[in-house]
Design a protein around this ligand. Structure first.
Ligand code: AAO
Length: 428
């Protein structure tokens, strides 16, 4: 959507989190360009989901005109592009903090009725606001968008989100969705057992971000012995069918929300192991991150001379250039997505972990092994039917023979990509 433009801060990435209107103009282009992208992606089976910022509008003090021509004035709560005026923002008397900002995560009303880092908080209880947000979401649905991330859902009342979503229509069959398909929704709720708001409150409005997972996975990659305890329901981690998991996200990879103990593309060897373990493991709905390189944590994406977002450069070998990391194109990560799809719906079995290497099967469809130091040699139960399989990670350069007892000798000798993944029906 249209958002603030901040030249004095060199157009930081977080401009986008200060909405001005629901017109689809942004630093990435025009509504027509967006609609064209979504249409072309749907045509080749790639779905689009949108980061929907519906908790708030711009920060206080932000004044200007956005990409589509809509003006904004944060202090006056004036956003004619929607339009929203002062009456559409959460009444001050509902926020229990002294300065009007979120400053006490132990108090539910503070988290949900106050201004998150000074961002003007929409009053989601109003029919007018619910309708305006639903209008935005329905426009996305009409264009063929398949899902949304609800930004700062933690700062919205679940009942308000539920009401907004109840006004959203089914996905259009004209874009290839089966009749009756619903918008895919995940709620951004940072819950690290340290506040009044917990992820389970959002199970009725979609999936929930599981930030404890980033931290526990980082601990596990540092010390394989801890990988066995990755999912800890005693810790309040989200139900398996609601958990939205990821190794890192755009905030915690650069020290914003929920940072600390997170593995990122900046340590590629560890990152590949973390993504491999996440994609091999059955817990939750897994998101693969795709980033751009940065040195300054406010720095926006690669840009053109006018600061609009630059195109992604695709090199001859399929990797990205021009400042784009494209983790999703890294060999291990792309291959492990194939593995995850091949074993979908199966349980984790035959779990084995000696503190330096880990292995498990996924039903009778796949088997995964990973060695922290780069090498292992173990005979293990694979859960697979007898036969010859090949390691998809090294593009089938090595074969693995599973005997009639389901066991196989698993050897790893690869420092950079110390992973074996075999699956029924998988080839190079
Ligand atoms: C910018 C400027 C501000 C200015 C504001 C308004 O930086 O100085 O006041 O504009 O003019 C992004 C940027 C912000 C930026 C904003 C708007 O990150 O810097 O502000 O755009 O342009 C909380 C929220 C969570 C939020 C996160 C950043 O709960 O929803 O803060 N994430 C989303 C987006 C994010 C975006 C926004 C929301 C706003 O993903 O990119 O902001 O649209 C605790 C709490 C968390 C809380 C964090 C950070 O977390 O539990 O709920 O997240 O603190 O305040 C340990 C703890 C963990 C703790 C964490 C702190 O890990 O275990 O619980 O430390 O990092």
């Amino acid at each position: 959507m249209e958002h603030v433009i901040l030249p004095n801060d060199n157009y930081p990435w977080w401009q986008r989190y200060q909405p001005v209107s629901y017109q689809l103009y942004s630093r990435s282009g025009t509504p027509e360009q967006f609609a064209d992208m979504v249409r072309r992606c749907n045509a080749v089976g790639v779905r689009t989901y949108v980061d929907a910022v519906i908790n708030h509008m711009t920060g206080l003090g932000r004044v200007g005109v956005s990409y589509g021509g809509s003006s904004y004035n944060g202090d006056a709560h004036d956003f004619p592009g929607v339009p929203y005026t002062a009456e559409h923002f959460t009444p001050k008397n509902l926020c229990p903090s002294s300065d009007g900002n979120v400053n006490n995560y132990a108090v539910e009303e503070n988290v949900r009725n106050c201004y998150l880092v000074g961002l003007t908080d929409l009053y989601g209880a109003l029919d007018y606001v619910r309708n305006a947000v639903a209008g935005y979401l329905n426009n996305l649905v009409d264009l063929g968008v398949a899902g949304i991330r609800i930004d700062a859902a933690k700062h919205m009342w679940p009942a308000d989100i539920a009401n907004m979503l109840s006004r959203v229509k089914d996905l259009p069959t004209s874009h290839g969705f089966p009749a009756g398909s619903k918008l895919f929704v995940y709620n951004e709720v940072i819950d690290r057992n340290d506040g009044a708001v917990t992820v389970d409150e959002y199970y009725d409005t979609g999936m929930v971000t599981e930030f404890r997972y980033c931290m526990k996975l980082a601990w596990g990659i540092a010390d394989y012995g801890q990988l066995g305890g990755l999912v800890d329901y005693g810790w309040g981690m989200a139900r398996d069918d609601r958990a939205f998991v990821f190794v890192d996200n755009h905030d915690n990879q650069r020290g914003h929300g929920g940072a600390g103990d997170v593995i990122t593309h900046k340590t590629p060897r560890e990152y590949k192991q973390a993504v491999a373990y996440m994609t091999a493991h059955p817990y939750g709905f897994a998101q693969v991150m795709s980033s751009y390189y940065f040195t300054n944590t406010d720095e926006g994406p690669p840009h053109n001379a006018d600061w609009s977002t630059a195109d992604v450069v695709i090199n001859a070998d399929g990797s990205c250039g021009g400042g784009w990391v494209c983790e999703h194109r890294w060999n291990v990560i792309a291959k492990m997505v194939r593995f995850r799809n091949a074993v979908a719906g199966t349980a984790m079995e035959n779990y084995w972990n000696n503190g330096g290497a880990v292995a498990f099967s996924r039903g009778n469809k796949g088997f995964f092994a990973m060695a922290k130091g780069g090498s292992m040699d173990q005979t293990l139960s694979t859960g697979l039917p007898a036969g010859t399989y090949c390691n998809i990670i090294d593009s089938c350069a090595t074969n693995i023979n599973v005997g009639s007892d389901g066991k196989a000798r698993i050897q790893i000798n690869n420092y950079e990509e110390p992973i074996v993944a075999i699956c029924v029906g998988c080839t190079a």
